[in-house]
Design a protein around this ligand. Structure first.
Ligand code: SAM
Length: 205
């Protein structure tokens, strides 16, 4: 799959972020995962390696060719039964699914990241993790983002950088969630549902 991405110049999440997805799927003992923007299934394939036996993943993609490639890859790997291949706008597909989801990957249009989080946050139990890609690299300008957060400089007029800034502000302000930015792959935001009191009760016991 990595070779196909290389040939096509397709922006997969990459092996480091993929490995982290697998780890998160394992540590959350994930039974259900939802992806916003699945491409040809590379990130979903990594996540499935860490999920519990029989765990299922929802792939969303509005490029028919990419989704069809994902179906082919998963069939070859014998994983078809564990995947839901949803063609169309991920923001509409998410409304058709009920939670809970243990891990969510946000990797579609940057200007819709915040809307994706808002659409799925009620479906996340304590311990669930939302992973958002391209926080530090990709179709966004890292130095403009840093200047905005560190010095209050205005954001440039580009929707990807604005989308990432808006996402970071949205998840940081979300009550009951804690966000960490990690420089893995193109930069990931890991937003965990903690429900506010988790740390306090752990300290008391
Ligand atoms: C960065 S790629 C995803 C890569 C994939 N997560 C991986 O690592 O293998 C983003 C994909 O999201 C798709 N996409 C963007 N906006 C979308 C939307 N609103 N609904 C469904 N798919 C979308 C694009 O067609 C593209 O294939």
């Amino acid at each position: 799959m990595a070779a196909v991405a290389d040939e096509e110049g397709f922006p997969i999440i990459g092996p480091d972020a993929g490995g982290l997805l697998r780890t998160l799927a394992a540590t959350t003992r994930a039974e259900r995962i939802f992806e916003f923007g699945s491409g040809f299934g590379y990130s979903a394939y990594w996540s499935l390696q860490g999920m519990v036996d029989g765990g299922e993943i929802v792939l969303t993609e509005f490029d028919e060719d990419e989704l069809s490639m994902a179906e082919d890859f998963f069939e070859r790997a014998g994983l078809t039964e564990r995947a839901h291949f949803e063609y169309g706008d991920a923001m509409e597909t998410v409304e058709e699914y009920d939670g809970p989801f243990d891990v969510v990957l946000v990797d579609h249009q940057k200007e819709r990241y915040s809307d994706a989080f808002e659409a799925i946050r009620a479906d996340l139990p304590v311990g669930a993790v939302v992973v958002a890609d391209n926080m530090m690299r990709g179709p966004m300008e890292l130095y403009d983002l840093l200047a905005y957060f560190e010095s209050g400089d205005p954001l440039p007029d580009d929707s990807a950088t604005r989308g990432v800034a808006d996402y970071i502000e949205t998840v940081r302000a979300a009550e009951g969630f804690q966000t960490t930015l990690v420089p893995v792959g193109s930069g990931l935001a890991l937003t965990t549902r903690v429900d506010g009191n988790t740390l306090t009760s752990a300290h008391r016991s």
